[in-house]
Design a protein around this ligand. Structure first.
Ligand code: 3HC
Ligand code: NAI
Length: 696
């Protein structure tokens, strides 16, 4: 065994050299790994006793990609291109032995080896698109040469991983190795290659599949059209398509050049910077500073839910899907029956779309029970309250839960705006009370705000974070304040959207600007979808808000065929002349004078107060880190992921610019624009939100 460097070992098994990489956690292609492979290959090629080489990794995975932490730093060590050259042009067969994941640059290294062997549990993919890049080490030229153009386009623009079995079928790997015996199988495979004197196989020379696509030039446009909605706003998928077009139409050397040029462009662009930032932000959100790693976790094997309404039913599905039995308690049989029926029909809808087997539905439903009896929750490990948003009702329930539930049970509320500490004060065990704020529809939306009360204990927090992972949510720990993090920031945008239409911007102009920014829809289209009559009461309605006026006109949103927009039978929205007039009349009655409002002002008025509110949230310690706020907004509110999140966006455009506009707006429009102290501090010292240390 020879150590080539701190992360690379070289040893011989008979006449086969085994290069083994050990660079935890994911064997990313850092300078040390590149140097190590290069050095080991030189040694193996010079050693006349060696006839073949196996490249393998230690730990949980094969190389999972380029080292993202090196991006943007000055180049060091041997380049990836040089590593690939020495592997591909080796005069002795080189075999990549894959377990765990071979991703991005990792798969691209495997693709310059002459053969690939993997264990069945391995997964392979080119996920660069997820960080706003394209496979920049030959992946866009080599993958279509193996799996064909259409499959390559699909794989690279979705960033999906394929399982080893599928990879074998498509030719991406050449053989499956028994699980746990990868190295031995790879060495045997190498010996066979040598014994059979097989000519070295280079993917770069296999041209049939790309040449076949030359006869079908419309493949690319069809692919663009079919995915237009999915790719909206994103730069990387289009560049990937262009690279594959180059693979089809140009010799490989030129194709590789084109790939490099487009890769560098993406790497220097703002989208990739945002997506790379988000990659780390989404991982950081799980870390809670100050919480010991060995904090004991409580078992959560049974769950009780109070309320079988919109939220209760959706929340229950998360646990049923994860194999955890749920008991729902309601006050009325009719509400309970409706809730249970909703759950079944949601599953049936999923099954109709082919995403669930009928047997799975029965398995999940078998874990679900319901009653009108709170005593049934005496032994559950976790209770989630999802009843009406009313403090008295919630306090009464928590008082009763305190008397009913076993010691150590987690008592959670799904309140979206009420003071969790006040709810907890109704119990004798506020340390067991936590907020688990799901988003609607709760069985679909990824985000979970985990709300830490003043007294919530560490093990309840740690257990809740871990449980969120188990049920497939993205959890962010937040503090108690009105609206927590997400809705508190949303309120800023909503206030400005409403104000803008009083000042002369039309709802469809506001929606268009925010849609073009990258949101799935604007606030007025969203209101129409949710229903303008949420919380509206016909008898008490007094035309005091525009919403009330619209409801009084029976413009209650999509469900009544009209809201801010007019809708046809296919629910296609069209701007409404009547609404335009109604807004003008209402604005006049309220004393607004209207004017031309530019798109730029719409965007700044909607977004900058959000950034400012985020700064206040950080100042108050209601979020641990700026990037947590971004994770909330990307997962809960459709913030375009390629813009990182509101706080990253603020950093990217410059906090001095945000501050200057907020100050202007404050002067012109009032104190709602008063800049947060933290915003002033950071902007005046030339710092960013990302420079802040996490709160404890
Ligand atoms: N570079 C640097 N660090 C990486 C990394 C990478 N490519 N991939 C993962 N990490 C780090 C994570 O930040 C995390 O660090 P932490 O423990 O300090 O938070 C640690 O490795 C473990 O990662 P996960 O928490 O994500 O672990 P999982 O086991 O859930 O997932 C994984 C493992 C599937 C490999 C996942 O990390 C992943 O998808 N990684 C990214 C893969 C990728 O995008 N590769 C392409 C990179 S770009 C490229 O290769 C360009 C080339 O074409 C030239
Ligand atoms: P909902 O009105 O659809 O359902 C509430 C259910 O609770 C009703 O079925 C009612 O019969 C039942 N209920 C009332 N008192 C009860 C009691 N004492 N015991 C058992 N059941 C009782 O309300 P929804 O929308 O599900 O909201 C529930 C909670 O979730 C509220 O606190 C709300 O703020 C919060 N929330 C709502 C979101 C939404 O988009 N609807 C999003 C996030 C949180």
């Amino acid at each position: 065994m020879t150590a080539i460097n701190s992360v690379t070992q070289l040893h011989r098994i008979d006449r086969v050299a085994v290069i083994s990489i050990h660079f935890p956690p994911v064997n990313a292609l850092s300078a040390a790994v590149r140097d190590g492979i290069h050095g080991a290959m030189q040694a193996a090629l010079q050693d006349a006793a060696i006839e073949a080489v196996v490249l393998i990794c230690e730990g949980s995975t094969f190389i999972a990609g380029a080292d993202i932490t090196e991006f943007g730093k000055p180049p060091a060590g041997v380049s990836l291109a040089e590593v690939q050259r020495i592997l591909e042009e080796a005069t002795k067969p080189v075999i990549a032995a894959i377990h765990g994941t071979a991703l991005g640059g990792g798969l691209e290294v495997a693709l310059v080896c002459h053969w690939r062997i993997a264990v069945p549990s391995a997964r392979l993919g080119l996920p660069e698109v997820n960080i706003g890049l394209l496979p920049g080490a030959g992946g866009t030229q080599r993958l279509p040469r193996i799996v064909g153009v259409e499959k390559a386009l699909e794989n690279m623009t979705s960033g999906s991983h394929v399982r080893a079995g599928e990879a074998l079928e498509s030719g991406l790997i050449d053989e499956l190795a028994p699980e746990g015996e990868l190295q031995a199988a790879a060495v045997t495979f190498a010996q066979r290659i040598v014994a059979e004197k097989r000519p070295l196989r280079k993917i770069r020379d296999q041209n049939e599949k790309v040449l076949a696509a030359r006869d079908q030039p419309d493949i690319f446009d069809k692919f663009r059209q079919a995915n237009a909605r999915k790719f909206r706003g994103l730069e990387a998928p289009e560049r990937i398509i262009q690279c594959v077009e180059a693979a089809v139409n140009l010799p490989i050397e030129q194709g590789l050049k084109r790939e490099r040029q487009l890769f560098v462009e993406l790497m220097q662009g703002q989208q990739s910077a945002a997506l790379r930032y988000y990659f780390f932000a989404s991982r950081q959100a799980w870390q809670v500073p100050g919480l010991a790693k060995d904090t004991p976790l409580l078992p959560v094997e049974t769950v009780g839910i109070l309320g079988a309404g919109t939220m209760g039913a959706g929340i229950a599905m998360n646990f049923l899907n994860a194999g955890i039995p749920v008991h729902i308690v309601e006050t009325r049989q009719e509400a309970l029956d409706r809730g249970l029926a909703t759950i079944r029909s949601n599953y049936e809808n999923t099954a109709r779309k082919g995403r669930l087997q009928l047997a799975d539905i029965e398995q999940r439903m078998a874990r679900l029970t319901g009653s009108l009896d709170l005593q049934q929750l005496a032994d559950v490990d976790l209770v989630i309250e999802a009843v009406f948003e009313n403090m008295d009702v919630k306090k009464d329930i928590f008082r009763r839960l305190d008397q009913t539930c076993k010691a150590g049970a987690i008592l959670a509320s799904n309140t979206s705006a009420l003071d969790l500490n006040e709810i907890a004060s109704a119990t004798s065990r506020p340390e067991s009370v936590i907020g688990l704020h799901f988003f609607s529809p709760a069985n679909v939306m990824k985000l979970l705000e985990v709300v830490r009360g003043t007294h919530t204990s560490d093990n309840i927090i740690a257990t809740s974070m871990q449980l969120a992972k188990k049920i497939g949510k993205v959890a962010v720990l937040v503090g108690v304040c009105p609206g927590f993090v997400g809705n508190r920031i949303l309120a800023q945008r909503q206030r400005e959207a409403n104000a803008l239409i009083m000042e002369g911007a039309m709802p469809w102009a506001v929606d268009r600007v925010l849609y073009q920014f990258g949101f799935p829809m604007g606030p007025f289209a969203m209101s129409d979808l949710a229903g303008l009559d949420l919380g509206w009461n016909k008898e008490r309605s007094s035309s005091s808000t525009l919403r009330e006026v619209l409801c009084e006109m029976d413009r209650r949103g999509q469900k009544s065929g009209a809201g801010f927009y007019d809708y046809d039978e296919k629910r296609t929205a069209a701007p409404s002349r009547l609404v335009e007039q109604t807004i003008a009349d209402f604005a006049k009655k309220k004393g607004f004078s209207t004017r031309e409002v530019s798109d730029e002002e719409i965007l700044e008025r909607c977004i900058y107060p959000m950034i400012n509110e985020g700064a206040k949230i950080l100042e108050e310690g209601m979020a641990l880190r700026a990037c947590d706020i971004d994770v909330v907004w990307v997962n809960g509110y459709g913030w375009p992921i390629y813009r990182g999140g509101p706080m990253f966006y603020g950093d990217q455009i410059g906090l001095d610019k945000v501050l200057a506009r907020m100050q202007q707006f404050e002067q012109q429009l009032g104190p709602q624009f008063k800049p947060a102290k933290l915003l002033v501090e950071l902007a005046s010292s030339g710092r960013k939100f990302s420079d802040l240390a996490p709160a404890k």
